[in-house]
Write a protein that binds this ligand. Structure first.
Ligand code: ACO
Length: 314
């Protein structure tokens, strides 16, 4: 069954926190943050459900659909609004969707995990699904810890997958999903606690995991980086993205970046960058797009998708 992305949308909180704002209350500097991460500002505020609903509404408007046309909502998040129930339940209700809804926690790799899962479900059962990556990491950040407080922001990005839109092939042409639970202690937050991270080790593992995972996916699809119109990496640190690009021989001009303005928004970062690229007219029907993320778990996920509202057969 053909699956296509027919709608997409984003949401960011209004409140902007610049590096200059952080300089006032932390022992840090704009220059250190920009040099070591590439981040200049981040957006902070709101709830996971409210941001996700806003992004999903925009995706539905773009596709000319309403919630009633949607039979599944999958929210990728590590920061649900409550422990019980899943935040996807309130998103599903607010949008007036049909069918089911569930949350998926694969940290910063969550959106790719969700997209791959939903593409497979729609291929079997048809219909339409909203896949939304949303995190409000500011709620689990220790704002006095300069090693993490400078990194994180809040946001949401959503896509509408449609098996009825006339696409002739699957959306996902190849994927690699992985996790290494032995490294869970490198990046975690206890229930009710804040994020603890061994940044240097996470950085090292992130570069290695992304390169290995992307290489596997490109091999599976029988393509090279030259065949890709766009690379949409998880936006954690521009030095991680540069290291991956350098190793793959992929040009930075064909890489989607929002990190400078959003910080690390975890599960939202890949859909935010993908949606902004689509809004900017950087994607055309049939383009091959590489998505790749890594995060707490440690999880990683890479996928090559064929962009287009009426995807041609493989
Ligand atoms: N301002 C100034 N100095 C700082 C700051 C800061 N905000 N933070 C740390 N430093 C200092 C340290 O104290 C250290 O000082 P020392 O040399 O005197 O001991 C020095 O800068 C170097 O510290 P490192 O931790 O080695 O700095 P590094 O270059 O590794 O950058 C960073 C830190 C930005 C956190 C980086 O390691 C990183 O990006 N790691 C990966 C983060 C990531 O990708 N997370 C995964 C996803 S998140 C998720 O899943 C929710």
């Amino acid at each position: 069954m053909g699956i296509a992305i027919t709608g997409w949308g984003t949401a960011l909180p209004d409140k902007v926190v610049t590096n200059a704002d952080l300089e006032v209350r932390l022992d840090t500097s704009d220059q250190w943050i920009v040099d070591r991460t590439g981040i200049r500002e981040r957006r902070v505020g709101g709830t996971t459900s409210a941001l996700a609903i806003e992004a999903c509404e925009r995706a539905l408007v773009r596709a000319g659909r309403s919630g009633d046309d949607v039979g599944l909502v999958v929210l990728a998040t590590t920061t649900p609004d409550q422990t019980i129930p899943a935040s996807s339940a309130s998103i599903h209700h607010a949008l007036g969707c049909r069918g089911g809804a569930f949350d998926l926690n694969a940290a910063c790799a969550g959106f790719v995990y969700a997209l791959v899962t939903v593409d497979a479900l729609l291929q079997k059962g048809g219909g339409r699904a909203l896949v939304v990556g949303t995190d409000t990491l500011s709620r689990v950040t220790d704002h006095d810890d300069r090693s993490t407080a400078i990194l994180f922001g809040d946001g949401s990005g959503a896509v509408l997958l449609d098996a009825e839109a006339g696409g002739a092939g699957p959306l996902v042409l190849g994927a690699d999903l992985g996790v290494d639970g032995s490294a869970a202690g490198l990046l975690f937050a206890e229930v009710g606690g804040t994020i603890q991270m061994e940044g240097r080790e996470v950085f090292r593992r992130a570069v290695r995991a992304e390169i290995d995972s992307i290489t596997k996916v490109l091999d599976t699809c029988g393509i090279t980086p030259d065949d890709l119109a766009l690379f949409v990496p998880h936006q954690a640190n521009v030095r991680i993205i540069d290291a991956v690009n350098e190793r793959l021989g992929f040009p930075s001009e064909r890489t989607a970046l929002v990190l400078e303005r959003t910080g690390n928004t975890s599960a939202a970062s890949i859909p935010l960058a993908l949606c902004e690229a689509a809004d900017a007219g950087r994607l055309r029907d049939g383009d091959l797009v590489l998505l790749s993320g890594f995060g707490a778990g440690m999880t990683w996920a890479s996928a090559v998708i064929r962009w287009g509202t009426a995807a041609p057969a493989r």
